[in-house]
Design a protein around this ligand. Structure first.
Ligand SMILES: [Zn+2]
Length: 350
C-alpha cells in the first residue's frame, strides 16, 4: 500500500480548496459544439490539484475568502468527511481520484436499471416528482435521472465495466475484471474506500436530458439537518431547471450578463423554490419550504474569487426566497408560470 503523508498545514490548504458548488458550466451555443453533451450544469466537488497544492503550501498562500460569508454546516461536513477519508490507513490519493473520476464518467454514460438513495428510499418520490415537473414546465425533451451510489464501486461487474470503458490503460474485458478484483480486494478492509461520500458526490445535468443525484450529497444534506425527501426534491427541481435553461438557451443566453454561471445557478434555486412552493407543483408548506431555504443556504460557498463560485449562502437563500414568494403571490392564479415568465421574474428579482 502506498503511504501518503500529508502535513496538517497542507491538509488545511487542501480543504480550503475543496468546495462543493451547485454550478452551471458555461452553456455553449449550438454552433460551438456539435456533440451530444454540449453543455453541463453541475453540483460538483472540485478535486485538489496536487501540483498547485504543493506550491500553495510552500508559499503559504490562502485562497481569498469573502470575510463576511459564513462557512455552512454542509461545507463543514464536507471537510470533515474528507478528513476522515484521508486518515484511513488504506488511503491512497491516486486510487481515490481514480475511483471518483471513473464513477463520475460511469454515471454520466450509464443507461439502465436505477435506484435513488442508498437503499432505493426515493424511488417512489423520483417517479412522482418527475411526473410533476414534466407537467409543470412541459419541456420538450426526454429527461432521466441516474442515482449515484458508492455500492456501485463495490460491485465487481460494474467496477470492471467502468474500468473497461474509461481506463485507457486497459485493453480488454479480462484485464478490466482482473483490475476490478484487485482494487476490491486491496480495499476490502478499508471502511472509507469506497464507502466515503467522496466517491458518490455528484449532482449535475447534461444537455442530453441526464440528471444525476448522488447518495453522498443527499447524506451530507441530511446530516446538516435537511430532511432527505426535501433534499432529494430540491436537487431534482434545481437540476430540472437547468434543462429549461438548455432548452431556451438561444433565447436566454444574452440575458445572463456579467456572471452567467452564477446567474444560472441562482435562477435554478429560484425556479426550484417556485416549483416546490406552487400548488400545482410540490405544494410545500412553510415548514417544508424553510428546510429548502436551509438547503440553498447550505449549498452556498464563500469562495467568491474562485472561477467556479456559484453563490454565497446569502445569495442562494435570497434566490430561493424570491422564487417561493412568486409562487405564493400566484396562489389564486392556479396555473404555473411558463419557463419564460419564471426566467423574466428571476431577472427582475436580481
Ligand atoms: Zn446547478
Amino acid at each position: 500500500m502506498k503511504a501518503l503523508k500529508i502535513s496538517s498545514g497542507i491538509l488545511f490548504l487542501g480543504l480550503s480548496l475543496f468546495q462543493v458548488s451547485c454550478s452551471s458550466e458555461t452553456i455553449k451555443t449550438k454552433t460551438e459544439s456539435k456533440g451530444n453533451i454540449t453543455t453541463s450544469a453541475e453540483f460538483e466537488i472540485r478535486g485538489i490539484d496536487l501540483n498547485s497544492y504543493e506550491i500553495l503550501a510552500e508559499i503559504e498562500y490562502l485562497p481569498v475568502k469573502n470575510s463576511t460569508c459564513e462557512i455552512t454546516s454542509f461545507q463543514n461536513l464536507l471537510q470533515k468527511n474528507f478528513e476522515i477519508l484521508i486518515q484511513d490507513p488504506y488511503f491512497d490519493i491516486d486510487i481515490a481520484f481514480y475511483l471518483r473520476d471513473l464513477h463520475r464518467k460511469y454515471v454520466t454514460h450509464y443507461i439502465g436499471p436505477n435506484y435513488y438513495g442508498s437503499d432505493g428510499q426515493y424511488n417512489h418520490l423520483e417517479a412522482k416528482r418527475l411526473r410533476e415537473l414534466q407537467k409543470f414546465w412541459q419541456l420538450d425533451r426526454q429527461i432521466y435521472l441516474n442515482g449515484q451510489h458508492t455500492a456501485t464501486l463495490e460491485d465487481p461487474k460494474q467496477l470492471a465495466d467502468m474500468i473497461e470503458s474509461f481506463d485507457r490503460s486497459i485493453r480488454n474485458a479480462t484485464e478490466a475484471r482482473i483490475k476490478a478484483l484487485q482494487i476490491i480486494e486491496a480495499y476490502e478492509k478499508s471502511r472509507q474506500i469506497p464507502e466515503n461520500t467522496f466517491f458518490a458526490l455528484d449532482a449535475f445535468t447534461r444537455s442530453n436530458g441526464l440528471l444525476v443525484i448522488s447518495d453522498g450529497i443527499l447524506q451530507l444534506l441530511e446530516e446538516s439537518g435537511i430532511p432527505g425527501e426535501i433534499a432529494f426534491s430540491g436537487l431534482l427541481a434545481h437540476e430540472w431547471w437547468h434543462q429549461a435553461q438548455f432548452e431556451y438557451n438561444l433565447q436566454w443566453e444574452n440575458d445572463y450578463t456579467e456572471n452567467p454561471e452564477l446567474l444560472r445557478e441562482l435562477e435554478a434555486d429560484f425556479a426550484a423554490a417556485y416549483f416546490l412552493g406552487h400548488k400545482r407543483g410540490a405544494t410545500y408548506n412553510w415548514k417544508r419550504i424553510e428546510s429548502f431555504f436551509d438547503m440553498t443556504y447550505n449549498s452556498g460557498d464563500c469562495f467568491t474569487e474562485s472561477p467556479g463560485h456559484h453563490g454565497t449562502p446569502a445569495q442562494r437563500l435570497k434566490a430561493a426566497q424570491s422564487g417561493f414568494a412568486l409562487a405564493y403571490s400566484e396562489k389564486k392564479k392556479g396555473k404555473p408560470g411558463k419557463p419564460l415568465e419564471i426566467h423574466t421574474a428571476f431577472l427582475q428579482s436580481m
